[in-house]
Structures are given as C-alpha cells and as structure tokens.
Design a protein around this ligand. Structure first.
Ligand SMILES: [Zn+2]
Ligand SMILES: [Zn+2]
Length: 401
C-alpha cells in the first residue's frame, strides 16, 4: 500500500475513530464488565460487513475480515477495560462513570483498532488472506486476565492465526515514535503464597515444639540465594514477600507463619526454574527443621515475548511509517505485566509501544499510565491506525511467500 493512499484513508476516518475514542473515554467500564464497549465494537464491525463473534471469553468480540484473495490469517489485538480510578484530566470528554477511568489508554487501543477495521475494510482487494480483529476484556485483571478465556474459546483458531500484533500507548515516548524490541517486552508476574507449619509449645521449652518463626527466617534467606546462585548474572529475577504473619502470643512458640509475595522474571525458562527452586528449598529447609511448608505458586501473566521474524516485520513497518527517527529500540523490558503475553505464548507475536506524549512536553511532566491525569495525545491515534493497517498488510505479504 502506498503511503499516500494509506494516509488518505486514515485521514478519511480520522474523525470517526477519534469520536469512538472520546465516546469510550466518557463511558469507561472495568475488567469483565465491558458490556457497552463490546456492544459498540460489535455493532461497528457488523456494519463493516465482517463476520463477528460476541461473548468470546466473556465480553470479548472478534471480527473477521476476509480478503478477496485466499491466504494466511493474522490478528490485531486491542484491550477494552478501564481502571477503578477517579479521573482528574479535566478534559471535555472525561469519564461519566464515577470512580472508573481509562487511565491505561485501552479506550484509544479499541478506537485505533476500529479505525484500522474501517480502513482495511476498504482495502479488501489488496488483502491476501484474513485479518482477525480481537477486542479483549480484562487486561488489567492480573493474574487471571482476559486473554486466556478468549484463547480457550478458540479465538486463535478457525481460521488459525499465524501472527499477532498489539500496541500500547506509551507516555514516556514522544508522539511520532514507536518502541519495540525482539524477545521479552514485559515481565512475568506471579503470586507466591506460603504457609510454614511447626508445632506450638511454651516459649521456655522450645525442645517440645517446632518453631515456625525460626524456620521462616531460614526459608526467606535461603530463597534469596535462588537469585544469586541459580539465576544467571546476565538474567534477573525478583522474589519479594510484602507481607508475613504468624504466631499468636509472645510466650508461645509459633506453629504457623503465612507469607505473601510476588515473583518477577523476564524469561520463561528462568520463571520455571525459580518456581521449582522455591518449592524445593522452602519444603527442604522446613522439613530439615522438623516443620512443613505449603507452597501456593499462582502463575500470573507470562513474559510478553516478541518473535524475531514477526518483530522484524513490525520494525520495518515502523521505519516505513515513521522514518528512522520514529523507531525506538527498547533496551529494558517493562517490569510490569501485560496480558498480551498469553497470545505471545501461542502465536508468533509483536507488541509495540506507541509514543503518545505531545511534542514539547518533557517526560517528567507528562502523566504516566494508571495516573488519574493520563490522557494520550490525540495525534498519536492516526499513527497507531496507520501502523496497525500497514503491519497487517506487511505480515500477510510476508506469510504468503
Ligand atoms: Zn494498565
Ligand atoms: Zn494497559
């Protein structure tokens, strides 16, 4: 697609998708409750003549656009949910839903993907294969998320998705810049709960009991050696217990301590290793001291992994769309979690950051994601729409070869 044709099409629909954005911003809905948003999305996709599935994995919506020529299927994904935050942006399309706000920009993601749906629907004759438009619920609902239920409902099948792309508005990057990297884009974020069990007795006669507090102190120290002795110095991981609770009285040996924490890793192998070692060490140390340990490791969002060849397509698209200064090569992955990760486990994926900080405002003065004053630059939206359209066409071209 020539730049000129694409530019004109995106401009043609600009007021339409900006309108969608403002409407979604005014009517934010929290995770799993994206009912109004999903209904709007479905209506728009149906009006474009797409095959539409509703209620996919809860409130998820999927539109399928078939090109005039047969070929592979790729997917574009947006998230639809808002956060329980009271909006303080002061904009004229601020939230009308008290205490709920699109503070992570998912309203803009949904609007941009709908913009791409309008543009690509006009380009059917140029589409060799199919494009799936995935609108997912509950991105913010860690550790469960909205993607797993959609995957379970078959969103990646029939027709089978061969590559998937997603974007997130990124306030540290200026409008006109997109960030991407091969490999890990965001951390895995898991929940770790443990209970250490001993046997209570009088504090003055510890020999008749098993002290869960003393065992806990050994377990916590031993677990930190996983980071220093089992994880490569070139990789990294974090084990943090933010809360521990135990014992009943100052003069009774504690028979139970409960620990609650989180584990962050940046690589699937390290993630598995750290989880295994936590159980081995916690159980081993506890039993060697005469106690017991129950480990409850809750797998949260995996790391978002950008596939090398699909990421290459995304990078080339960014370069073509925004020029050399428009590509920001990310060096450090985001330590926060991202639900797109579940798609990236199943299908070659590329997730990119879309700069949305207005030119001239320094990063320290621009509100971050999840801040009650966060509002992306409107000028970022046509860039996102253009990218989504171009990357879809480029991926279908590359996969058809
Ligand atoms: Zn968020
Ligand atoms: Zn988000």
């Amino acid at each position: 697609m020539t730049h000129q044709v694409m530019h004109e099409l995106v401009q043609k629909y600009r007021s339409t998708f900006i309108g969608y954005w403002k409407d979604f911003h005014k009517h934010p809905e929290p995770s799993h409750k994206e009912v109004r948003t999903a209904a709007k999305v479905a209506e728009i996709l149906k009006n474009l003549g797409m095959e539409v599935k509703e209620g996919v994995g809860g409130t998820g919506v999927v539109g399928l656009l078939r090109g005039t020529q047969t070929g592979p299927t790729i997917a574009l994904r947006a998230d639809m949910d808002a956060l329980q935050i009271k909006e303080e942006t002061g904009c004229d399309f601020a939230s009308m839903n008290e205490g709920v706000m699109h503070a992570c920009g998912h309203d803009s993601h949904t609007a941009m993907l709908l913009g791409a749906a309008h543009v690509l629907s006009e380009l059917k004759a140029h589409i060799r294969g199919n494009i799936k438009f995935i609108f997912q619920p509950a991105e913010e609902d860690s550790p469960v998320g909205g993607a797993p239920a959609m995957i379970k409902d078959g969103v990646l099948e029939d027709p089978k998705v061969e590559a998937i792309f997603g974007i997130h508005v990124w306030p540290t990057l200026e409008t006109g810049v997109m960030g991407i990297k091969e490999g890990v884009m965001s951390a895995a974020s898991d929940r770790l709960k443990m209970s250490i069990l001993g046997k209570s007795t009088h504090a003055a006669t510890p020999e008749f009991g098993v002290d869960a507090v003393v065992i806990t102190s050994q377990v916590i120290s031993a677990l930190q050696t996983i980071i220093s002795r089992n994880v490569s110095p070139l990789d990294s991981a974090v084990i943090t217990f933010g809360k521990i609770e135990g014992g009943s009285r100052y003069n009774i040996v504690a028979d139970r301590v409960d620990l609650d924490g989180t584990v962050r890793t940046f690589n699937p192998d390290t993630r598995k290793l750290v989880a295994e070692k936590i159980s081995q060490i916690a159980e081993g140390v506890s039993s060697s001291m005469g106690g017991d340990c129950i480990v409850d490791y809750k797998w949260g969002y995996p790391p978002t992994m950008n596939d090398p060849s699909v990421t290459q397509i995304a990078k080339e698209t960014i370069l073509e769309t925004l020029g050399e200064n428009g590509l920001y090569e990310i060096s450090m992955p985001n330590p926060g979690g991202e639900d797109f990760a579940f798609f990236s486990e199943k299908v070659p994926a590329a997730f990119a950051w879309l700069g949305c900080r207005p030119k001239g405002i320094p990063p320290e003065n621009f509100p971050k994601l999840h801040n009650n004053k966060f509002l992306p630059d409107e000028e970022a939206l046509p860039i996102g729409v253009t990218y989504l359209c171009q990357v879809a066409l480029a991926a279908l071209g590359a996969l058809s070869k």
